[in-house]
Design a binder for this molecule. Structure first.
Ligand code: AMP
Ligand code: ZN
Length: 138
């Protein structure tokens, strides 16, 4: 299902032009308008899902297969040294467009920190409680 006021629905379904690198019946992959690196690509499902939590299992499985295929093409065409696969959920996590998408960010030796975070100390007892809490909520 498409959502009327969603820009990624319009791009994925070809109503707004894009630099498309891949298309099949379920997905369109496009170059990001403001790329983090040369070749930064977004995989967009043609159906609307707000985020990971809203998508069905079949979609989640197939989107990673598409990611694998495009990553292989990127390595050949861009000669990149690595690729970050990033998927943001919720504004607090940096999601700015509320339509499920997967970022493929080609990385080049020496291009500096990009997808990174501060590593904190962990408390073993607290970690046990956190693990048990998440586990119990599944
Ligand atoms: P996120 O912050 O994970 O929601 O990612 C949204 C991404 O979409 C950002 O990297 C934007 O640069 C990109 N973006 C926003 N609008 C467009 C557009 N019209 N075409 C291509 N990429 C876009
Ligand atoms: Zn949408």
């Amino acid at each position: 299902m498409k959502k009327d006021d969603c820009i990624f629905c319009k791009i994925a379904n070809g109503e707004i032009p894009s630099n498309t690198v891949y298309e099949d019946e379920k997905y369109r992959a496009i170059l990001d308008l403001s790329p983090a690196s040369k070749g930064h690509t977004l995989i967009l499902p043609k159906d609307h899902y707000d985020d990971l939590a809203a998508a069905d299992g079949e979609t989640l499985a197939s989107v990673l297969k598409v990611a694998q295929k495009i990553c292989a093409g990127m390595k050949k065409s861009l000669n990149c040294d690595g690729i970050n696969v990033v998927q943001n959920n919720g504004a607090a996590a940096g999601q700015t467009v509320k339509h499920l998408h997967v970022h493929l960010i080609p990385r080049y030796e020496g291009d500096g920190p990009m997808v990174t975070w501060k590593q904190n100390e962990s408390d073993p007892e607290e970690q046990k409680k956190i693990a048990a809490g998440i586990s119990a909520a599944l």
